[in-house]
Design a protein around this ligand. Structure first.
Ligand code: GSH
Length: 203
């Protein structure tokens, strides 16, 4: 059986998982879903109800970073698993304090907070990236590491509420993001695909 990936196209966690599977050249069945219409098969595999979920013959992996690690352990042509300590540090901040602030900045009505406070809070991490990107083309060296692939889908979301603020405040990060979104690996995993629950519709 091929691995099955439940995924929502625009989800940054699902994007990082799809990119790792692509880099590792893993042949898998993509089950493209909408968060408001989760397939029973997915919820049976993982009751958490989040994407991505990777179903393998012997186990289910329902954390995006673990899917990245699993994929790259199969095949790691870009040597992304070499010296990952610094990547791990950045990814941890991305996935915890930055993601929390990002959600509150992006959905102010959902959280009933002042989005400017959360813009400032989320900006602390982006500022850290900006310093790193003053040193190298990518976050940790002059070629992409695991951190670049794991983090940029979230920075892409950070640009959405106020692109001008992002570009003016973080010019190096803006250049880096542009490079990452123009990378063929990202482009390859982003086209709309038929929905698993409704194959006549592409989303
Ligand atoms: N820690 C999880 C988080 C995954 C996650 O929160 N995904 C969001 C979509 S971006 C989700 O599925 N949310 C469930 C929902 O909105 O119903 C991971 O890294 O895979």
């Amino acid at each position: 059986m091929k691995p099955i990936l439940y995924s929502f196209r625009r989800c940054p966690y699902a994007i990082r998982a799809r990119m790792a599977l692509k880099i590792a050249d893993i042949d898998y069945e993509l089950r493209n879903i909408l968060l408001r219409d989760k397939p029973v098969e997915m919820l049976q595999a993982s009751s958490k109800g989040t994407v991505p979920v990777l179903v393998l013959t012997d186990k289910v992996i329902d954390e995006s970073f673990d899917i990245m690690l699993w994929a790259l352990k199969q095949h790691d042509p870009l040597s992304l698993l070499d010296n990952i300590d610094k990547s791990l540090e950045l990814i941890k901040i991305n996935d915890t304090s930055f993601k929390m602030a990002l959600d509150r900045y992006k959905y102010p009505t959902r959280y009933k907070d002042d989005p400017t406070d959360w813009q400032l809070e989320a900006s602390k991490f982006v500022k850290q990236l900006e310093y790193l990107l003053a040193e190298n083309t990518y976050l940790l060296k002059n070629e992409p590491s695991l951190a670049d692939f794991a983090i940029f889908p979230f920075i892409r979301q950070f640009t959405m509420p106020d692109k001008t603020y992002f570009e003016n405040t973080f010019p190096q990060t803006a250049i880096w993001l542009e490079t990452m979104v123009n990378n063929n690996i990202f482009k390859n995993v982003m086209p709309k695909q038929p929905l698993f629950n409704n194959p006549d519709i592409k989303a």
